[in-house]
Structures are given as structure tokens and as C-alpha cells.
Design a protein around this ligand. Structure first.
Ligand SMILES: NC(=O)c1ccc[n+]([C@@H]2O[C@H](COP(=O)([O-])OP(=O)(O)OC[C@H]3O[C@@H](n4cnc5c(N)ncnc54)[C@H](OP(=O)(O)O)[C@@H]3O)[C@@H](O)[C@H]2O)c1
Length: 262
């Protein structure tokens, strides 16, 4: 889809990837509505954009909050694109987490995009509307220390694939775009140091934003960003034991960083 002049609702606009994406979409001529919880951060972001954007300040963690938000967004129908970029992550061994950690990751990374998509489907331009879900490499590769996060992103990938097939006799499409590690606040210093120790590549949010826009322009349905990650995703799908053995060798290093707070 050509981004120029399209109306784009960006959920999670205040995040590292979200704000870089807002700037890239603005550069490419999109008409933006930025959705976030923090009004001051949204205002600061809007001040950096070249075109005026709309903002919707709301808490999407409750059903009531989501309904109030989508009622306001529906006033701008037809919407060309909704991007689900909100997310949370917590690195650590499952045995050290509690039910609150799991519930939050499933709620923000999985329930939120599913519910926002469901509520916004009628407001999308039915002839060519696009839903863009921001996934993760960890939505296709199970990684130690990220079991609940992986569950949420595997779920988001499955949701995106199934809904895209469900809508295949309509003009609507679902895109799933999966960044690899990206330098944002979602990653703790433990994770940053672990990535360095393991030689994992980490992208800038600006590069990821450009790659997301490029995938949208190509109308790519399921994209994993970065090399070797996109190859590792394919390898894991066919020969998961090979990747499992490689991760087993890295386990002592991963465990060392995961246990740091214990
Ligand atoms: N950074 C990476 O390494 C990486 C890699 C692959 C995929 N991703 C995915 O990329 C997306 C963006 O992540 P990021 O790196 O930009 O993280 P980030 O900088 O921490 O931003 C997270 C965004 O999610 C929003 N959010 C968190 N909890 C929320 C809630 N309960 N209700 C509404 N919004 C909430 C935050 O809003 P507030 O500003 O109000 O907190 C913020 O806008 C996520 O889906 C993440 O899983 C990130």
C-alpha cells in the first residue's frame, strides 16, 4: 500500500519503535492518529512531525478503555490502516515470574491487538484496509528467558495468519511484521548486555521503522526483519532441533543474565 495520504491509526505511538514509526510515516505523507496513554509524550512526538497529527489518549488495558478509544477512532472512518505496536516484555526464568507478569504480557501483546482489531474492523476502509501487527523474532523462535513473551508473540502471529485467511475474500488484509532485537526501553540493561555477550545484532528503531514501512509498501503479509534472524526462523520451522542445540550451547550465558536479579 502506498502510504502517502493514507489515514493511519498507530497504537503504541509513544514507544521506541512506535515513535520512530510515527516519524517515518509522517515523512512518507501519512495522515496520522497517534494512540497512547501518556499525553505529554504524545504531544512531544507530535511537535517533531511535519504534518499535523491527531491524538487519542487512552488506557487500552480495560475493555471499557478500548471501547472508548475505538468510538473516538471510528469518528474518522474510513481508516486505511491500523498498526498495533504496543507491547511489553520481561526477560527471566518462568519460575522467577508471577501470574501478574504473565497476565500483563498476554493482555498487552495478544489480547489488546486482537480486541482493537475486532473493534476497529468496521471502521476500516473495506475496499483496501490494512491491519499491521508488530510481532517479534520470538514469535517464531522459542527463546529461553522469554517463554511467556514468546507465547504472546506466537499467538499474535497465529492470529494474524488466521484473520488474514478469514478476510481473504474481502479487501481487508492483515500484515505481521516481526522485528529482531531493537534498541528501545522494552529491553532491560541485562538484555542489552546479554545480546552483546552473545553477539546478537540489535537494530535502531529508525531502521526498524523504515523496514516496517517498506514491508507495508510491498504489502508483505508475514515478514521477519534482519539477517540471520529470517533464516533462523525458517530453520526453526523445519529443523527445530538444530536451533535447539545451538541455544542449548548458549544456555549458560542466557541463564547467567536471567538470574542476575535473584
Ligand atoms: N525492542 C525490541 O527489541 C523488539 C523486538 C521485537 C519486537 N518488538 C515489539 O515491538 C513493539 C514495540 O516495542 P518497543 O521496542 O517500541 O517497546 P517500548 O519502547 O517499550 O514501547 C512500548 C509501547 O507499548 C505501550 N504500552 C505498554 N503497555 C501498554 C498498555 N498496558 N496499554 C497501552 N499501551 C501500552 C507503551 O506505552 P507507554 O509509553 O504509555 O508505556 C509504548 O508505547 C512491541 O510489540 C514489541 O513486542 C520489540
Amino acid at each position: 500500500m502506498d502510504i502517502k495520504n493514507r489515514s493511519v491509526v498507530l497504537i503504541g505511538a509513544t514507544g521506541g519503535i512506535g515513535s520512530a514509526l510515527a516519524k517515518e510515516l509522517d515523512t512518507q505523507g501519512a495522515r496520522l492518529t497517534l494512540v497512547g496513554r501518556n499525553e505529554a509524550t504524545l504531544d512531544a512526538l507530535m511537535a517533531t512531525l511535519s504534518s499535523p497529527a491527531l491524538k487519542v489518549v487512552c488506557d487500552l488495558s480495560s475493555d471499557a478503555g478500548r471501547r472508548a478509544c475505538t468510538t473516538r477512532l471510528a469518528a474518522q472512518a474510513p481508516i486505511d490502516m491500523v498498526i498495533n505496536a504496543a507491547g511489553v516484555s520481561q526477560f527471566g526464568w518462568l519460575s522467577d515470574s508471577d501470574e501478574g507478569d504473565t497476565a500483563q504480557m498476554l493482555a498487552v501483546n495478544l489480547e489488546l491487538p486482537i480486541e482493537m482489531t475486532r473493534l476497529l474492523l468496521p471502521a476500516l476502509d473495506q475496499s483496501h484496509g490494512r491491519i499491521v501487527n508488530i510481532g517479534s523474532t520470538f514469535g517464531a523462535i522459542g527463546y529461553p528467558g522469554y517463554s511467556a513473551y514468546c507465547a504472546s508473540k506466537f499467538g499474535l502471529r497465529g492470529f494474524s495468519e488466521a484473520l488474514n485467511r478469514e478476510l481473504s475474500d474481502t479487501g481487508l488484509r492483515v500484515l505481521y511484521i516481526a522485528p529482531r532485537a531493537t534498541r528501545t526501553c522494552i529491553n532491560s540493561s541485562q538484555v542489552e548486555r546479554m545480546n552483546e555477550a552473545l553477539g546478537n545484532k540489535v537494530d535502531s528503531p529508525e531502521l526498524v521503522a523504515r523496514q516496517i514501512c517498506s514491508a507495508i509498501a510491498r504489502d508483505a503479509r508475514m515478514v521477519h526483519l534482519g539477517n540471520p534472524e529470517k533464516i533462523l526462523v525458517r530453520l526453526n520451522a523445519v529443523f527445530s532441533s538444530v536451533l535447539g542445540a545451538a541455544l542449548r550451547r548458549q544456555l549458560p550465558t542466557i541463564k547467567k543474565f536471567a538470574m542476575e536479579n535473584n
